[in-house]
Design a protein around this ligand. Structure first.
Ligand code: SDX
Length: 435
């Protein structure tokens, strides 16, 4: 990276000032390269939560939080959601370009050839209770995949990285559907490779061996769009986890399992499940009439209540994915004759009231990707407990693309943050009778 500008750090205690190079990207905030700070001053920067820290350079996804803009390899999310399918988006995120027709055919063929999991994988499920949270199952099973692919765990071999990416993208729908089937006692459905990626997933989720599964193209297209909207999102918490795990040289299956574990949290990918539980709770307590009371609770810091699906570390404007998700809600509810879905009406009223309330406006809190995704997934027949698994399924391509970008970087080093130590200084152990 070349630098034409610099930042000068001066100290009030006489420490000599230091110049740091400033780098500019192709778009977005510039960065100050502070890598030599500790070596020259014995001081660290302090940035818990990484509010002002760029952990890497990347070519994959760009977010402009003020404009509410999201680009995958330069393409606006709105155009991808409108004109592409999820596998085209996977090709774009992994290889940097949208596929032409021949490349699309080849990529689809390579993915469909890996949709089955090893038959031994079914035995992992027997160890779980039927009511185990599907994310617990997914973390376990994805991590366990590394036990089956000793032929492709050399992360320094580009071919091994390529086949691991294909295997993960191909097998996530199968594992997610298996977690769902296990929870309701129905038999696992094997993938059918003549179906499209999302149709194959819907059949594995909702089909049974007793009858042919009728594909509903509107619902399949809606699911495919949900996967596109969740595919990648710069250096979010789970992606940063995957990068940090990968920086130690861990295999890609273990790294993705770490990403799934991080995504599970309600502040991150678990927000869609928490958001629907929030809407169900308001609905049960009286619905739209009770919104004012709920908003008062949210504004009361002592209540610990948050408006789930609202707010974002980066977006200080409307999350473009939330708009697209709301449109998808209309389409799916219309197709299913659920235009009067009470939760959809409740969520739109909640959004309207929140966006007129200074508490949210002053904090630049807008709906994020999770605000509407639960409603449309519920309408598709996906149970609330499966929402974050769908998010993990979709985000696998983003995680693996970001992991691959990091591993391919010749300057890549193991990530090892430091700390400000505020604990006890050195002291000696006393015999127990003197403590
Ligand atoms: C995802 O990073 C990504 O890109 C993530 C993601 C992706 O695609 O990977 O976009 C996916 O995780 C979306 C976010 C889903 N999470 C939620 O919807 C949970 C609810 N949202 C909040 O927990 C929160 O908004 C975060 C975690 C999303 C962002 O938190 P920040 O950036 O640390 O902001 P903050 O918690 O410091 O909030 C700033 C202020 C605080 O109030 P004050 O201290 O200024 O008085 O806003 C308040 C917060 O209390 N606030 C909220 C709120 N979110 C923030 N108040 C009520 N409801 C909320 N949802």
């Amino acid at each position: 990276m070349n630098s034409t500008k610099k930042a000068t750090l001066s100290f009030s205690d006489g420490t000599p000032s230091i110049d740091f190079p400033i780098y500019e990207g192709t778009v977005g905030p510039e960065v100050i390269d502070i890598r030599k700070l500790y070596g020259q001053t014995g001081r660290f920067t302090f940035d818990p939560g990484f509010m002002s820290t760029a952990a890497c350079d990347s070519k994959i996804t760009y977010i402009d939080g003020d404009k509410g803009e999201l680009l995958y390899r330069g393409y606006p999310i709105e155009q991808l959601a409108q004109n592409c399918d999820y596998l085209e988006t996977c090709h774009l995120l992994l290889y940097g370009e949208l596929p032409n027709r021949a490349q699309q055919k080849d990529f689809e063929f390579r993915v469909t050839r890996h949709t089955m999991v090893h038959e031994q994988m079914t035995r992992f499920f027997q160890g779980f209770r039927r009511d185990a949270h599907p994310m617990a199952i997914l973390v376990g099973c994805v991590g366990a995949l590394s036990a089956f692919y000793h032929d492709s765990l050399d992360i320094n071999d580009p071919e091994h990285r390529r086949i691991s990416a294909i295997r993960l993208i191909a097998k996530m729908p199968t594992l997610v559907a298996m977690a769902y089937k296990y929870s309701n006692g129905q038999p696992f459905m094997y993938p059918q490779n003549k179906l499209s990626y999302s149709a194959n997933f819907m059949r594995m989720m909702f089909g049974t061996p007793c009858e042919d599964y009728e594909v509903n193209d509107v619902l399949v297209r809606a699911l495919d769009r949900i996967l596109i909207l969740h595919a990648d999102h710069e250096q979010n918490a789970s992606t940063s986890t995957v990068r940090l795990a990968g920086s130690s040289g861990a295999n890609p299956f273990a790294c993705i399992a770490a990403g799934i574990a991080t995504l599970w949290g309600p502040a991150h990918g678990g927000a869609n499940e928490a958001c629907l539980q929030m809407l169900d709770q308001i609905h049960a307590q009286g619905g739209i009439a009770k919104i004012g009371e709920f908003i008062s609770q949210v504004k009361d810091k002592n209540s610990g209540v948050k408006l789930m699906g609202f707010g974002h570390r980066v977006y200080k404007n409307y999350d473009p994915r939330a708009k697209l998700m709301r449109e998808t809600c209309y389409e799916v509810l219309g197709e299913l004759g659920l235009n009067n879905d009470p939760l959809f009406a409740l969520s739109m009223k909640l959004e309207q009231i929140a966006l007129e309330d200074d508490y949210f406006v002053s904090r630049k809190l807008y709906p994020n990707v999770d605000f509407y995704s639960g409603i449309v997934q519920k309408a598709l027949g996906i149970p609330t407990s499966m929402f974050t698994c769908i998010f993990a399924l979709a985000r696998t391509v983003g995680w693996i693309a970001q992991w691959n970008e990091m591993i391919s970087d010749p300057e890549q080093k193991i990530g090892r943050p430091r700390q400000l130590f505020v604990g006890s200084t050195r002291r000696d152990v006393k015999p127990i009778d003197q403590r």
